[in-house]
Design a protein around this ligand. Structure first.
Ligand SMILES: Nc1ncnc2c1ncn2[C@@H]1O[C@H](COP(=O)(O)OP(=O)(O)OP(=O)(O)O)[C@@H](O)[C@H]1O
Length: 357
């Protein structure tokens, strides 16, 4: 149904308006050029695998301006453009980035999104960040992202597997409210009430966020997103300290093999985490990262557990305004031996293993 409007002839598309064109504004190339000052380099806000993102400016009917993000796809990425428009047009959720419209003109393929002024979550994690996110804000962002992912898995007629969950795919608006983006690789699965059948992955390369079954068999289900989300939870806690090394897509980096997660907590939030909150948070993160996909929780469970963790933090903060907390627990993440994995993986997917953070 959604493919119709992407036929090669733009005149036929105009003659037979289709679902996408009814759901979503079709901008002319002139409109987009105007909004980005003719793709002015000064307006570039990011460069990704599939295209360049510009900050654009459009006008409401009353003449007032509003900012948008304009992704101009590389000529050889039109397949991914199509994929993303199809998915975005179906989504209506406060934790998923909205599509404002698209432009398809000869070789030009462009998507216009709502503008997320605080960029992606990964820019807010790490040592060089000037204004660090508080622990509570981090948990709130995780809850928002979990809601977005839960909606994809169970809030539509059919499950949508995001298939590229990582901190770069969580964007933050003016109020640091998170929204999922990056639906180029998303896959529409079965009706969410049915037991998910593994679907073939369309990723060209795997990352630390890819679960074992995706790396080994090339398959994905909604539980692959859950695994990736578990890795995001770890990254949110430990910022850049943990997930550095390409470890064949299986959990943790070098540091975590030798030190506990608690020892790797980002110093900017050290002492701010209530032990009861931590227990709930780390338990759910570890359950997400189980190697057996059936043992991983649903995103609904993850959302509930994170909300519980936040509540425990808030309750303790009411009475302990200025004091620091000490975490006595020690959580170790033991990845499968690199050699064991290396042997089986290189025989199957050796050309596809690349580090992506
Ligand atoms: N809606 C948006 N609002 C504001 N900034 C955005 C928006 N979408 C993307 N960006 C910025 O543009 C950058 C590039 O985005 P893009 O989706 O092309 O690639 P990516 O997610 O960074 O990486 P990759 O292409 O490897 O998946 C992002 O990192 C983000 O900072």
């Amino acid at each position: 149904m959604f493919f119709k409007c992407f036929g090669e002839s733009s005149s036929s598309a105009r003659q037979y308006p289709t679902v996408i064109e009814e759901l979503c504004t079709h901008f002319s190339l002139d409109d987009v050029r105007k909004s980005t000052n003719n793709f002015d380099d000064k307006r570039v806000i990011g460069r990704g695998r599939f295209g360049i993102v510009y900050k654009g400016c459009l006008q409401h009917n009353d003449g007032s301006d509003y900012a948008v993000a304009v992704k101009r796809f590389h000529v050889d990425s039109s397949e991914w453009f199509k994929k993303e428009v199809e998915i975005l047009c179906q989504l209506h959720h406060p934790n998923c980035v909205s599509i404002v419209g698209f432009c398809r003109h000869e070789k030009e393929k462009i998507i216009v999104y709502e503008y997320m002024s605080n960029g992606s979550l990964d820019r807010h994690l790490g040592d060089e960040v000037r204004e660090a996110l508080s622990w509570k804000k981090r948990v709130e962002i995780c809850i928002g992202a979990a809601r977005g992912l839960h909606y994809l898995h169970a809030g539509l007629k059919r499950t949508i597997i995001h298939h590229d969950i990582r901190p770069r795919k969580i964007l933050l608006d003016d109020n640091m409210h998170p929204k999922l983006t990056g639906f180029e690789h998303s896959i529409v699965g079965a009706h969410f009430k049915e037991k998910p059948k593994p679907i073939q992955s369309n990723l060209a390369r795997f990352s630390l966020y890819s679960p074992l079954e995706t790396v080994m068999e090339g398959t994905v289900t909604d539980r692959s997103d859950v695994y990736a989300f578990g890795m995001v939870l770890l990254k949110v806690v430990a910022a850049r300290r943990v997930l550095k090394r390409n470890d064949f897509g299986v959990a943790a980096g070098e540091t975590l093999e030798k030190k506990s997660v608690e020892e790797n907590i980002d110093p900017k939030i050290k002492g701010k985490i209530v032990p009861e909150c931590w227990k709930v948070f780390i338990d759910i993160a570890l359950r997400c990262m189980k190697n057996e996909r059936d043992e991983r929780p649903t995103m609904g469970e993850v959302e509930v557990e994170l909300e519980h963790a936040l509540l425990l933090q808030e309750q303790a903060d009411v009475t302990n305004i200025n004091s620091d907390y000490t975490l006595l627990s020690k959580t170790f993440i033991i990845p499968k031996s690199g050699r064991e994995l290396g042997t089986s993986l290189t025989s199957k997917k050796d050309s596809k293993l690349n580090a992506m953070t």
